[in-house]
Write a protein that binds this ligand. Structure first.
Ligand SMILES: [Zn+2]
Length: 121
């Protein structure tokens, strides 16, 4: 087996790569956020999913303040090496709106928007 080399991933011009978090048990897609090289390495090393916060400009250990942590189960990248798929165990809701998944807004074929998930506080 070849050794993983973080520099073989394709980071964008800002040094970031999108990471999709998927519930390892239900298969539900929970959220998408960004990682830089350090976030990738820290996530793999610690097993605690760590993103890059574009708004704060710093590493962001998911759940460090909210308690809604993500434990890494598997780390994959896609065929183009420009997108990550993290299978995780999610503690509490993944979304800051207190929903399990960030993808709760659906656009119907008549153009209407529907909220698919209530807020479970
Ligand atoms: Zn969200």
């Amino acid at each position: 087996m070849a050794q993983f080399d973080v520099t073989s991933l394709k980071f964008d011009t800002e040094g970031l790569i999108p990471a999709i978090a998927q519930d390892s048990e239900s298969g539900e897609i929970l959220m998408m956020a960004w990682m830089n090289k350090d976030a990738v390495q820290q996530t793999i090393k610690t097993g605690k999913v760590t993103y890059w916060s574009r708004s704060r400009g710093e590493l962001w250990v998911k759940g460090l303040t909210s308690g809604n942590t993500q434990q890494l189960v598997s780390f994959r990248f896609d065929c183009d090496r420009d997108c990550l798929l993290l299978k995780i165990v999610q503690k509490g809701p993944a979304c800051h709106t207190h929903r399990q998944s960030c993808f709760y807004t659906e656009v119907r074929d008549n153009g209407e928007i529907e909220l698919m998930s209530p807020v479970d506080k």
